[in-house]
Design a protein around this ligand. Structure first.
Ligand SMILES: [Fe+2]
Length: 355
């Protein structure tokens, strides 16, 4: 006999003393054998300890062997069960196999058959425990891999955003009034988002979109961005392309899919006269409506080629004036609750915008 499970715990359940003691005698040298003389006693034993193998008489007063088999399998599916029967009821024993018993022993017992059946049961239990352990190990390895992949994905996304953010900073540098414009738009958009009670996910999207909203200006020549005189219709046409160009740049990036509409529509107007699609009212994505206000507030507070910076009071007045035409009126109400930073100097200290 192998020693796969040395001194396994075995429970013998039989209402007759003879078979019960005979099984105990055969097995007790090698295993720890407990006995029970009815179903209730057996269940009490099962409540107290975990058994590797249970040997059950099919015919017992009270709870019969088949019902007890079902109960053992319900409590401890890995515990192997061997049924005991007389010649007369081999059919019942076969039925027990269908209910999950490992095998059956026929009275009177043949010592070697008992040892063989018990050995088979213990091997099977050891094997299934082994498989369970392996499965558990695999699940742990799998979980660690998933976490590793998620971490790597987050890193790639962060690096991508940092790279693109530097790119946008380069666009800012081309544009004479937009020194750190991007960062200030992010800060104000997030303040508005907080007033609105946006979720963490929505705030994340808003932040990314606010960073990236003007990335399409990469495609606008510097002389147009910096032009002090009024723009020709053709030049204005080129400027108006920047949300579309921005959306085209970001569209292939899988994790920025939800950011694309916000970038595409950040120059729509609430009354439908904006660009590129002339979307109106609530048809404009909420994040885009927020960025429109944040973008305009920062532009008004900054010196631009064609206009000096406005005071905070003037900006608030403009927001009120254009509520319902350029801006979402409900968002304007929220924006007016926020303390605007006074900034009549064009060049703010980099990194001082709280981003
Ligand atoms: Fe823009």
């Amino acid at each position: 006999m192998s020693t796969l499970t040395p001194r396994a715990k075995i429970l013998v359940v039989d209402d007759e003393l003879g078979p019960r003691e005979s099984l105990k005698l055969i097995l007790q040298d090698r295993h720890e054998v407990s006995t029970a003389n009815n179903g209730d006693q057996a269940l009490a034993c099962l409540d107290q300890a975990e058994y590797d193998l249970v040997i059950l008489d099919i015919r017992m007063p009270g709870i019969n062997g088949i019902d007890l088999l079902a109960e053992v399998k319900k409590r401890a599916p890995d515990t192997e069960v061997v049924m005991i029967t007389a010649y007369a009821s081999v059919e019942t024993a076969t039925n027990a196999l269908r209910h999950g018993a490992l095998d059956y022993l026929i009275k009177p017992f043949d010592r070697q058959s008992v040892l063989d059946v018990v050995e088979k049961g213990l091997s099977r239990r050891a094997h299934s425990r082994n498989m369970k352990n392996k499965l558990h190990q695999l699940q742990l390895v799998n979980r660690a891999l998933v976490e590793e992949i998620e971490r790597a994905t987050r890193n790639i996304q962060r690096h991508f955003l940092e790279t693109v953010s530097s790119l946008v900073a380069a666009v800012d540098a081309k544009d004479s009034y937009t020194k750190s414009h991007q960062r200030r738009v992010v800060t104000f958009a997030l303040l508005l988002g907080t007033e609105l009670g946006l979720s963490i996910r929505e705030m994340g999207l808003l932040r990314q979109a606010a960073i990236l909203h003007d990335i399409g200006k990469i495609g606008v020549p510097e002389q147009i961005l910096r032009k002090r005189a009024s723009l020709t219709p053709e030049e204005f046409g080129i400027i108006k392309q920047h949300p579309v160009v921005g959306a085209q740049i970001l569209s292939p990036v899988q994790f920025l899919q939800d950011v694309v509409p916000l970038v595409l529509h950040h120059h729509e107007r609430y009354d439908g006269t904006g660009y590129p699609d002339g979307l109106k009212g609530l048809a404009i994505p909420l994040g885009a409506r927020i960025i429109t206000i944040a973008d305009a507030v920062d532009a008004m507070l900054s010196d631009r080629p064609y206009a000096a910076a406005k005071t905070v009071a003037q900006v608030r007045e403009q927001l009120r004036l254009f509520a319902g035409t350029q801006f979402d009126p409900q968002l304007v109400e929220l924006a007016l609750r926020i303390d605007l930073p006074s900034r009549r100097i064009t060049q703010s200290v980099p990194g001082s915008e709280g981003m």
